[in-house]
Design a protein around this ligand. Structure first.
Ligand code: CP
Length: 309
């Protein structure tokens, strides 16, 4: 079956998901991100590979990290950037997303960075695009591919070889597009052991089919891991009660210094942000010496430059 993110010649035209992208393509993107980051840090000129190109940020859900870092990444490579204001646009008069995309393509937009609450919206727009690329900046609980890539960049930089690592993804797996992209990337890169840790109510049905080991207790899930990837509790996507109370959730699944001590001594702590401090993570851990949460944000610019280049 044809992969909708590939052009007819096999080139990666859109970035909709990490599912099926494969180890070689992921590593190529991470290597390119490393070169771009090194050049930026050394004060060398970056390639103007997006000069005379226009990137449109189409965010139908809030964002701080993804939207800003896509904009910075595009500008650093020479692109013009339009931050499309959904609220004051003609989408509020009933214009369809397809017509909005066609209208902006008629103004020579070259790429759309799309975030939407409904699974599949970036793929739908990619199928409709005549010439432009569509980059998924997060759709529903389906995928957040550039977050997955920047997380892999972070792990590779701080921990090295994936084949030697034990990784735990902790929290609201059920509603998390980040978790899905992380799992796909970690499996593609050959991680030694991958656990997902959550109460039963926040684990998707048959999650083990994704090639992960589900755990409902932090004592089991964090034991000896090299990387702890925390997730935000996605209250905006929950229908009904998935946790007994926030207080109990923090007691059982919140990452505190005592729970982090179950992991390897040199384990790193990650979080895609935004964080709910005191709910899924204690500030002593979020701001502690094992946290690489702000470096993740920094690497996001290099990774998004690599994707757009
Ligand atoms: N990690 C992430 O997607 O953050 P934002 O919602 O701030 O973009």
């Amino acid at each position: 079956m044809h992969d909708p993110q590939l052009a007819a010649d096999g080139r990666l035209r859109h970035l909709l998901t990490l599912d099926g992208l494969g180890r070689a393509r992921i590593e190529t993107l991470l290597d390119r991100a490393a070169r771009l980051r090194a050049a930026w840090r050394a004060g060398q000129g970056l390639p103007r590979s997006l000069e005379r190109r226009t990137v449109v940020n189409l965010f139908f859900e809030p964002s701080t990290r993804t939207r800003t870092s896509f904009e910075l990444a595009a500008r650093r490579l020479g692109a013009d950037v339009v931050n499309f204001d959904i609220g004051s646009s003609s989408t509020s008069k009933g214009e369809t997303l397809e017509d909005t995309l066609a209208t902006l393509e008629a103004m020579d937009a070259d790429a759309f960075v799309v975030r939407h609450r409904e699974n599949g919206t970036p793929a739908r727009l990619a199928a409709h695009a005549q010439r432009a690329a569509v980059l998924n900046a997060g759709d529903g609980n389906h995928a957040h591919p550039t977050q997955g890539l920047l997380d892999m960049f972070t792990i590779r930089r701080h921990k090295g070889e994936f084949g030697k690592l034990k990784v735990a993804i902790v929290g609201d797996i059920m509603h998390s597009r980040v978790a899905r992209s992380q799992i796909q990337a970690l499996k593609a890169l050959g991680v030694a052991e991958l656990r997902v840790v959550a109460p039963k109510t926040l684990l998707p049905m048959a999650v083990e089919k994704l090639g992960v080991h589900p755990c409902t207790r932090m004592e089991e899930g964090l034991d000896g891991v090299d990387v702890v990837m925390m997730l935000r509790l996605q209250r905006e996507r929950m229908q009904g009660a998935h946790i007994p109370s926030e207080h109990e959730y923090f007691n059982l699944y919140g990452l505190t210094p005592a729970k982090l001590a179950l992991a390897a001594k040199d384990a790193i702590v990650m979080h895609p942000g935004p964080m709910n401090r005191g709910l899924e993570i204690d500030s002593a851990v979020a701001d502690g010496p094992q946290s690489v949460i702000l470096p993740q944000v920094t690497y996001g610019i290099a990774v998004r430059m690599a994707v757009m280049a």
